[in-house]
Design a protein around this ligand. Structure first.
Ligand code: ZN
Length: 225
């Protein structure tokens, strides 16, 4: 039974969407006869199920070009998914992550531009929506992306934004951000709309980056064979 094997040998958790993840948790429940209504997070710690192992999708994965749908509410399932995304983001040394990047088409992003990077200053956002963009000043940052490994390019965006979102506790929040935080949030919301930072570059530059990533991926695949 593949599920048993995955856990037995400690390999990757075999889920790609949050729906599959809940299916997986249900299966764990069946196998280990644990009550699903108790605290899922504590149980995961007890089972030593690593929360960080959601694989990051790399271009040209089509999920990165799809539009994510709003969540109807931030329930326990979404809150746990936010935790998983944050862990995956830290593990990948990223400052932001969007749900598309872990194969889920839900409007959830995680962001942490702090130096601590221990979760205390992380922003976990559902249904983030920008309501105002600075029409005058811009900010330029050498952007990268966990879905476009090892490639960086200067991208210019509005310097300040105002936005609202639903936090991990289901509360509506408003935020004004500038500079790096603003840049990062704009990058992540682009992801939810199927837009990548390379779309802000010239066609030539974008093509070069895509070719480099595909070549590196091919070389990795050949190495694995
Ligand atoms: Zn990105």
């Amino acid at each position: 039974m593949p599920l048993f094997l995955h856990f037995k040998y400690g390999s990757k958790i075999p889920y790609e969407t949050d729906a599959e993840r809940i299916d997986l948790l249900s299966s764990v429940w069946l196998i280990l006869k644990i009550n699903l209504l108790t605290n899922i997070k504590q149980r995961r710690v007890r089972l030593k199920v690593n929360m960080t192992r959601i694989p990051i999708r790399i271009i040209p994965d089509p999920v990165l070009r799809q539009t994510a749908q709003p969540v109807s509410a931030v329930d326990k399932k979404v809150a746990l998914f936010m935790d998983d995304m944050l862990e995956s983001m830290y593990k990948g040394h990223g400052i932001g992550l969007a749900a598309n990047q872990v194969g889920a088409l839900t409007r959830v992003i995680t962001v942490d531009v702090s130096e601590e990077r221990n979760g205390t200053k992380a922003l976990l956002m559902a249904n983030p929506e920008i309501t105002w963009r600075d029409p005058e000043e811009t900010f330029t940052y050498n952007e990268g992306c966990l879905s476009i490994p090892d490639q960086f390019a200067d991208v210019t965006r509005p310097k300040r934004i105002r936005m609202h979102y639903i936090d991990q506790h289901g509360k509506k929040q408003e935020l004004e951000a500038e500079d790096l935080l603003s840049q990062c949030i704009q990058h992540e919301i682009d992801h939810l709309n199927g837009v990548l930072f390379i779309d802000h570059l010239s066609k030539l530059k974008r093509g070069m980056i895509e070719k480099k990533v595909e070549k590196a991926q091919r070389q990795r695949d050949e190495h694995l064979l």
